[in-house]
Design a protein around this ligand. Structure first.
Ligand code: CMC
Length: 428
């Protein structure tokens, strides 16, 4: 007989099945609990709740392991292109030569954005945050492609929507940056690779040829791969939850962007750089800022530190830190903010406050330094996170649909007033 857990409630013993994952992760299946006992489980922030089984990403927070479909991010970063990783995450296997060529061709075919989308920029006030713009443009897409409205339509329709999204996202992101700079748009050039095309649309000018720097391509490719999926995080769970009501894919991804925007999640990459700048402006006294982060009466947190699941190190942060060094070195940039980041990290790691709480630099701690060296404005950082995370969100949505998951709907423990009679207070 397979393993089970016994729960004693009010003198009665209830047996609950145990689910075991392929990496020996174990979960108590409580689906029958409420029906049998009337009890629900209580877990604010879902800190210890498995919301789904998933075959996409494996993460071991204690050992600092992150794998997409079984492949380590270290190996993927060294050997694969972002588009290959996107295919892997979506389809479950790395593409062979023909599959890759077909996928790349399809993606390149759909890179243009409908010209009417440009009008939406007129409605944004100057300096509107790029994440808000991205969210709006993504949800607008369903208006241009009404065949995406019903996620139950044919497999081909769903596939076309997925391809459109991956193809158009770099164009959208580049458009947002151009519009924010007040520069004319640079249209996609479809013979270029995914990352190369994105860099040209973002940094190129309509009036001149753009020389693609292989150092930038390598760095961008790595950053996108590192962000491609991260199992049931806040934004992926949002995408799944929104999608579980049969909302269309564009709306679900737009909701994911909203969740990612928060500074406790993807928005941290912008906040890290702003924090490092503030420390520099303040004279570079890292001890003072560490003390602020430790002070429970001060709302300040060390941005880019800590993680819900990584409790020893974030493997993405190790790769990014090394990349930051390499890129700044290759570009011949000396960024004082990198020195502040390193000093902060060194001191925090020796500090019992951070050690006791297992707080380490996360993916966002060093990524902004690279983005800035490449020339991205700080408000664009979280949009770049979204660009990388897109295949992950789509795969989570696809898996949720394909495994026919029910609408997401948590329970609660009610703590409000008991039933009472209506009294017309405004007539008293
Ligand atoms: N600076 C100072 N103290 C911290 C920090 C921090 N960055 N992070 C956590 N703590 C403390 C927190 O105050 C609490 O202390 P105590 O036990 O004394 O009350 C303890 O550590 C546990 O924190 P928590 O908020 O209960 O942990 P959580 O798992 O709910 O939150 C987190 C994880 C990432 C939201 C949090 O560590 C944080 O706010 N970090 C800063 C924001 C950040 O860098 N976010 C990016 C995450 S990685 C990118 C991604 O989202 O994928």
């Amino acid at each position: 007989m397979s393993e089970s857990a016994k729960l004693v409630l009010g003198g009665e013993t209830i047996e609950l099945p145990i689910i075991v994952g392929t990496e020996n992760e174990k979960a108590i299946d409580i689906r029958a609990l409420r029906g049998q006992t009337g009890f629900i489980t209580y877990d604010p922030g879902y800190k210890n709740t498995g919301a789904t089984e998933s075959a996409i990403t494996f993460l071991d927070g204690e050992k600092g392991i992150l794998r997409y479909r079984g492949y380590s991010i270290e190996e993927l970063c060294e050997n694969a292109s972002f588009l290959e990783v996107a295919y892997l995450i979506l389809e479950g296997e790395l593409p062979n030569k023909e599959q890759y060529a077909a996928f790349e061709k399809e993606i390149t075919y759909h890179t243009l954005i409908h010209e009417d989308v440009k009008h939406v920029f007129d409605a944004f006030p100057n300096g509107a945050h790029p994440m808000g713009q991205l969210q709006i443009i993504l949800s607008m897409m369903a208006g241009f492609y009404p065949d995406s409205l019903n996620p139950h339509r044919s497999k081909e329709d769903v596939k076309r929507t997925i391809v459109r999204l991956i193809a158009k996202m770099p164009t959208m992101v580049a458009m947002i940056q151009k519009k924010n700079n007040g520069h004319p748009l640079v249209y996609p050039k479809n013979e270029l690779g995914y990352v190369e095309n994105f860099l040209r649309m973002t940094f190129g000018q309509v009036t001149e040829d753009y020389e693609i720097d292989p150092v930038f391509v390598k760095a961008m490719n790595k950053l996108l791969i590192l962000h491609a999926d991260h199992e049931q995080n806040c934004s992926a769970s949002t995408v799944r939850l929104v999608g579980s009501s049969n909302a269309n894919l564009y709306a679900s991804i737009s909701a994911g962007v909203a969740a990612l925007w928060g500074p406790l999640h993807g928005g941290a990459n912008q906040k890290v750089l702003e924090m490092l700048e503030a420390i520099k402006e303040d004279g570079g006294d890292t001890d003072k800022w560490l003390a602020k982060a430790k002070d429970k009466n001060d709302p300040f947190r060390l941005m880019g530190f800590g993680h819900r699941v990584y409790k020893n190190f974030d493997p993405r942060a190790l790769i990014i830190k090394q990349s930051a060094d390499e890129i700044l070195d290759k570009l011949g940039i000396e960024d004082p903010v990198l020195e502040i980041a390193k000093k902060l990290e060194e001191k925090a790691l020796k500090d019992p406050y951070f050690a006791d709480r297992k707080l380490f630099p996360n993916v966002d701690f060093y990524s902004g330094i690279i983005y800035r060296a490449m020339g991205f404005p700080v408000e664009m950082f979280t949009v770049l996170f979204a660009l990388g995370r897109l295949p992950g969100w789509i795969s989570q949505w696809k898996e949720m649909r394909e495994t026919k998951q029910p609408i997401g709907r948590p329970r609660q423990v009610y703590t409000g007033k008991n039933a009472r009679d209506f009294v017309a207070m405004n007539k008293r």
